[in-house]
Design a protein around this ligand. Structure first.
Ligand SMILES: Nc1ncnc2c1ncn2[C@@H]1O[C@H](COP(=O)(O)OP(=O)(O)O)[C@@H](O)[C@H]1O
Ligand SMILES: [Mg+2]
Length: 262
């Protein structure tokens, strides 16, 4: 499976961007008229790049991710992606009446993978997320961390060149989250998939990303960005991760104060 995924990622060499967000604004109709949620966002994700989108809750992160996913349309501006992105959310959104393996096989079926190949591919994907032997397990038999592993395997089953992740580990305990950070970093390196990862957790953003984009609140604008050149694999408690997190937190606090939140 890793080879197939790596091959899919190789094709991105031809595409200039995994995602291109150009001058995107988004408004919603509210009780006091139109509410501007995102204001003039311009951002590219390069093929194979890992970008985190960081901001206070309510600043428009999910709104932006949904626009990139094509679930909603920008009010102004344009978004293009290299193929259809795969999605992963905080809620695993697995079908509880299907086993872990069948959840993944369903994604393969929707991609038109022939029936006789699905089982093997699902097994390989489960192995990739280190859940070998879990094919027959029901969702309720799995821990929160294992469910997110299955959800990740299902997202990877789509062989998209862009993976969109919306706070996928936010509901997990710190140790499980830590382990999944390691797994995601490994899988990202192995597959070459591009990742746009949303979080409100500064340390998580720094632990994972090559680039951290900080969104301001009300409306969401790109406030600042940082290139993170700390070598992988990183640990969340590493001194350089902690130092950069302190710096980013200071800027984030300033943004929150400026916009009168919390
Ligand atoms: N479909 C919608 N209709 C109206 N308002 C929305 C809709 N979706 C999001 N919003 C508003 O947009 C703002 C940003 O929300 P969201 O993108 O979920 O923030 P975040 O993910 O950063 O916490 C919030 O004020 C929210 O109420
Ligand atoms: Mg959100």
């Amino acid at each position: 499976m890793a080879t197939t995924l790596a091959k899919a990622a190789d094709d991105t060499a031809a595409a200039e961007h995994a995602a291109r967000i150009e001058h995107v604004s988004k408004s919603f109709a509210g009780p006091a008229g139109q509410q501007l949620v995102l204001d003039d966002i311009t951002l590219d994700v390069a093929p194979g790049e890992f970008v985190t989108l960081l901001g206070a809750s309510g600043c428009g992160k999910s709104t932006l991710l949904n626009l990139v996913a094509g679930l909603d349309k920008p009010t102004v501006g344009s978004i293009t992606t290299d193929g259809r992105p795969a999605l992963m959310f905080q809620e695993h959104a697995l079908f509880p009446w299907l086993t872990a393996g069948k959840n993944i096989e369903l994604a393969l079926k929707l991609r038109g993978i022939p029936k006789n190949e699905r089982r093997d591919r699902a097994e390989s994907l489960l192995e990739l997320v280190r859940l070998k032997g879990a094919h027959g397990k029901r969702v309720h038999e799995l821990s929160g961390g294992m469910r997110q592993r299955v959800a990740l395997a299902r997202a990877l089953a789509q062989e998209s060149r862009l993976l969109l992740m919306d706070e996928p580990f936010a509901a997990l305990d710190a140790i499980t989250r830590d382990v999944l950070h390691d797994e995601l970093t490994r899988i990202w390196a192995e597959t070459g998939v591009s990742v746009l990862f949303v979080t409100h957790n500064v340390r998580e953003a720094v632990r994972l990303a090559q680039r951290v984009i900080l969104l301001s609140s009300r409306p969401g604008r790109i406030a600042r960005e940082w290139t993170v050149d700390i070598p992988q694999p990183r640990r969340i408690e590493d001194a350089p991760v902690a130092e950069l997190s302190v710096e980013i937190t200071e800027v984030l606090r300033g943004e929150i104060r400026r916009h009168g939140q919390h």
